[in-house]
Design a binder for this molecule. Structure first.
Ligand code: SER
Length: 318
């Protein structure tokens, strides 16, 4: 029998594409999607779906036992911008769900766990250019604090209890299928939609705010690759830096303008500027490249072409 995989947070931005890719690789029935809400038709109809509150440990246990799950991808989280509005809820959700899964793995109920971390683990005192794998980490957002703490717990559960948990620090993720929600890097998705729909965009970040970003195809590839690597190759058990590109709102706007010449952009910063100002401008991911062969494929140009083509087709069909 194929291995059985549970994806929690399957209807979110990354979860929805990861579920479909894992179903392609392992068969539709082997990948169980779970979320507190329903997702797209494609996701709901392509395989099993369970409505699940990941904070309810017994409900999670039941799904794992019913389907005989071996691997869990825990993609449910409250991101940086929403987290600043609901700090207590963000902390409870981000930590509570992680402990549920780590403890079920410690019991031996599941064999392998993927848990995403983020560039938000870094803070204003971190070196901003080529941020190293190991460096000063003083995050200032609740989201960042929860991810940094989570990383320490992952490393702890691996060391103390042998839990095979693997993690990468995602940069801002850009995709066309499902919108992100509540993040600081979301502007880099909205901008493409607005370019096609209304030809203009108001950026909530200043034009020179450089942040690390990645196209969804690369993020999915990284996630699957780290999970499929031999355990001895996973030498970092907190979380790995990974990178693909870094750009500013002004640079992405120029790239879009190349394809949509009438596109215009204005800048009106809000509270998310302060969050972005505390994050790295570029990331050194050499450790991930060395340890488990990480390599990206998409740069700003290739991504923009792919994004705009895909969105154009979608809006044209509606
Ligand atoms: N995309 C996330 C955010 O902006 C960063 O991990 O919150």
């Amino acid at each position: 029998m194929n291995k059985r995989i549970l994806l929690i947070g399957a209807c979110g931005q990354i979860g929805s594409e990861l579920t479909l890719r894992l179903r392609e690789l392992h068969g539709n029935k082997a990948v169980i999607a779970a979320d507190i809400r329903e997702g797209t038709k494609e996701l709901m109809e392509s395989g099993p779906f369970e409505r699940l509150d990941a904070l309810d440990r017994e409900a999670v246990r039941q799904v794992i036992e019913t389907y005989g799950i071996q691997e869990v991808y825990l993609m449910a989280a409250m991101l940086s911008a929403t987290g600043e509005k609901y700090p207590e809820k963000a902390w409870q959700l981000n930590m509570g769900t992680l402990f549920n899964i780590l403890d079920l793995a410690k019991e031996g109920l599941i064999k392998k766990v993927f848990w995403p971390s983020s560039i938000a683990v870094f803070g204003p005192s971190t070196p901003k250019e080529n941020t190293p794998q190991e460096t000063v980490m003083e995050p200032e957002t609740v989201y960042g604090i929860s991810k940094q703490t989570g990383e320490r717990w992952c490393a702890y559960y691996f060391r103390k209890y042998g839990v095979d948990v693997r993690s990468i620090r995602y940069p801002g993720i850009i995709s066309w299928k499902t919108l992100p929600g509540g993040g600081t890097t979301d502007y880099a998705v909205e901008i493409y939609h607005n370019a096609l729909l209304i030809g203009k965009y108001h950026s909530f970040l200043r034009k020179d705010t450089r942040l690390p970003m990645m196209y969804m195809d690369d993020a999915i590839e990284a996630t699957i690759r780290i999970m499929e690597s031999a355990p001895e190759n996973i030498k970092v058990r907190s979380s790995y830096n990974i990178a693909a590109m870094s750009f500013t709102p002004e640079e992405i706007a120029a790239e879009i303008k190349r394809i949509v010449p009438e596109f215009t952009i204005k800048y009106r910063e809000d509270f998310r500027q302060t969050i972005a100002d505390g994050w790295p401008r570029s990331i050194d991911d050499s450790k991930a490249r060395e340890d488990w062969g990480w390599a990206h494929r998409f740069d700003l140009k290739k991504m923009s072409e792919h994004m705009l083509q895909s969105l154009y087709k979608r809006y044209d069909e509606v």
